[in-house]
Design a binder for this molecule. Structure first.
Ligand SMILES: *[C@@H]1O[C@H](CO)[C@@H](O)[C@H](O)[C@H]1NC(C)=O
Ligand SMILES: *[C@@H]1O[C@H](CO)[C@@H](O)[C@H](O)[C@H]1NC(C)=O
Ligand SMILES: *[C@@H]1O[C@H](CO)[C@@H](O)[C@H](O)[C@H]1NC(C)=O
Ligand SMILES: *[C@@H]1O[C@H](CO)[C@@H](O)[C@H](O)[C@H]1NC(C)=O
Ligand SMILES: *[C@@H]1O[C@H](CO)[C@@H](O)[C@H](O)[C@H]1NC(C)=O
Length: 495
């Protein structure tokens, strides 16, 4: 009897070992299902007209993966852009306090010290640095003083170049749409076949166009080579300073003031006092500035709702007369032919969205866009107000903005109907705003590696499967042994 029990012991032990192994293998998968610890990063996008704060988050264990950094929350700083505090730099720092206090709430306290904080300033500060380098340095010093008072890991306040701004917008768009690399169902990374998407950004003071191109760059200043996830990308990018929406409006105003006539892009029935300092204070209107003028004086100006004259005025912003390269966009700037799909965000989106959502006009083709612009520019002030009662502040300038967008895309960048049909106007991908801010953070935190992420997960998963099969085989063998012994123990009398 004791011998029989003893002979059953080895298969029992074997079965127990197999079962333990299986259980141990399955325990970690239960852990994975729990929400992983999150990391956070904060970027302050200090634009020319206003500053936005974006808080991003990602799973702590997936730092160098893709498509997993998303927007946690955001905050719009009240008041103007930091460049508007040139006469009162400390006000620039103070203006950020409300949003930074919100960040203290949005990011869990135990993560504060490990959360990188960046401030990037764009064309508004580029312009201020042109007119007054001292003032721009003082503004940056003031915001730095404020930012270092918070418990975050402050990594600096900088003015981005136009090239950085364009490239990081392109990186953001393609990262969010998983065009660089994608994590497949089989536990492996692969490169999607669809290729990358061009990016078009329209800010307050500059506009950027960025796209991957096979054409050789005739001007090295407009080409950037990037190595992301083991793939080399040749990217064309150009930033046009003074071609942002607000600066364009100022330049049009300055042109109108030269002739002292009505503003053809403003609606008939609308008029306002224009402060000359507002128009001529910008370096973008320097060429149109009279020799002598009283900067604090005001000029009364009325609108005339004249689409044809407005188009002529906007065309005056583009100079097609000289091109030192085989082909140019405008102002003698090299540009290869636009190719592939494009995402147009920020003020491109707001402008086209106004035409379609508020005005109810179709904008699917260039021809429709042109007709929509003419319709908006032909509205009187009371007609416009009746259409969009909630938007009074920007309403008088939608005609000029839309005329500019249409001219920039068609005659400026050279989109024809076919190319235009591949342009999408969108401000977000999922919950995340499209702009340069996310790409900037991904780059500065080294979250986009130059080499492919490898098969780290794949091998993990494979070895897990191998172990699982091994322990299952062990368990099966033990059970077979047990069954055989049990049978031989039952039938000793038969022998
Ligand atoms: C991500 O990459 C950086 C350098 O590229 C490295 O220092 C860091 O350890 C990596 N993080 C993870 C979680 O692999
Ligand atoms: C201001 O412009 C000068 C000249 O282009 C440049 O060297 C400097 O770095 C700029 N200042 C900042 C804060 O970026
Ligand atoms: C256009 O550019 C050319 C060459 O740079 C310049 O000579 C000309 O004055 C410009 N025209 C206008 C209207 O600005
Ligand atoms: C502008 O609107 C008027 C009616 O308000 C219309 O008669 C005219 O044809 C329109 N002009 C254009 C260019 O659409
Ligand atoms: C990203 O950061 C690295 C340094 O970490 C820099 O060399 C590289 O030029 C940056 N990429 C872009 C597109 O600016």
């Amino acid at each position: 009897m004791a011998g029989k029990v003893l002979s059953l012991l080895p298969p029992f032990l074997l079965a127990a070992a197999g079962l333990c192994g299986l259980l141990l293998l399955c325990v970690p998968t239960r852990d994975v299902r729990e929400p992983p610890a999150l990391k956070y990063g904060i970027v302050l996008d200090a634009g020319s007209s206003h500053t936005s704060m974006f808080i991003y988050k990602w799973p702590a264990d997936k730092e160098n993966d893709t498509g997993i950094v998303g927007q946690h929350s955001s905050c719009d700083v009240r008041g103007g852009g930091i460049s508007s505090y040139a006469d009162n730099p400390s006000g620039a720092g103070q203006s950020l306090v409300e949003c930074l206090d919100q960040a203290l709430q949005d990011v869990p306290r135990e993560r504060h010290a490990g959360t990188p904080l960046y401030l990037g300033a764009t064309a508004g500060m580029r312009l201020l640095n042109l007119t007054s380098p001292e003032a721009s340095a003082e503004v940056l010093t003031a915001v730095t003083r404020t930012l270092t008072q918070y418990p975050f890991d402050f990594r600096g306040a900088r003015i981005l170049s136009g090239q950085d701004e364009g490239v990081f917008g392109w990186v953001t768009a393609n990262y969010l749409l998983e065009n660089f690399i994608k994590y497949g169902w089989a536990g492996r990374w692969y490169r999607p076949r669809k290729g990358t998407l061009g990016a078009m950004d329209l800010g307050g003071a500059s506009t950027q166009i960025t796209f991957e191109t096979a054409s050789p760059a005739e001007d090295p200043a407009d080409e950037v080579q990037l190595r992301l996830y083991g793939q080399q990308y040749r990217v064309y990018t150009h930033s046009f300073l003074c071609y942002g929406r607000d600066q364009v409006l100022k330049r049009l105003l300055a042109s109108v003031l030269q002739t002292h006539s009505a503003h053809p892009c403003w609606p008939r029935g609308y008029s306002r006092q224009v402060l000359l300092r507002d128009v001529y204070g910008s370096p973008c209107t320097a060429a149109l500035r009279p020799q002598a003028f009283d900067s604090s004086s005001r000029v009364s100006l009325a609108g005339s709702s004249n689409p044809a004259l407005c188009r002529g005025l906007v065309q005056g912003l583009f100079n097609f007369s000289a091109c030192p390269f085989s082909r140019c966009s405008f102002n003698g700037i090299f540009q290869p032919p636009v190719a592939g799909d494009f995402l147009a965000f920020s003020a491109f989106f707001y402008t086209v969205d106004f035409l379609s959502s508020v005005m109810g006009l179709p904008v699917a083709t260039l021809q429709q866009l042109e007709a929509a612009v003419v319709t908006v520019c032909n509205q009187t002030w009371s007609e416009l107000q009746a259409r969009a009662p909630g938007e009074v502040a920007h309403l008088p300038s939608y005609c000029a903005g839309a005329m500019f967008v249409q001219q920039l895309l068609s005659t400026g960048y050279g989109f024809d109907e076919r190319a235009f049909s591949r342009v999408t106007f969108q401000k977000k991908a999922g919950d995340t705003a499209v702009g340069w801010a996310l790409g900037y953070m991904l780059n500065l935190t080294n979250m986009i590696p130059a080499d492919p992420p490898g098969l780290r997960k794949g091998t993990d998963f494979n070895s897990w499967v191998v172990l699982l099969l091994l322990f299952a085989a062990l368990l099966l063998a033990a059970l077979v042994l047990l069954a055989r012994q049990a049978r031989s123990a039952k039938s000793p009398s038969a022998i």
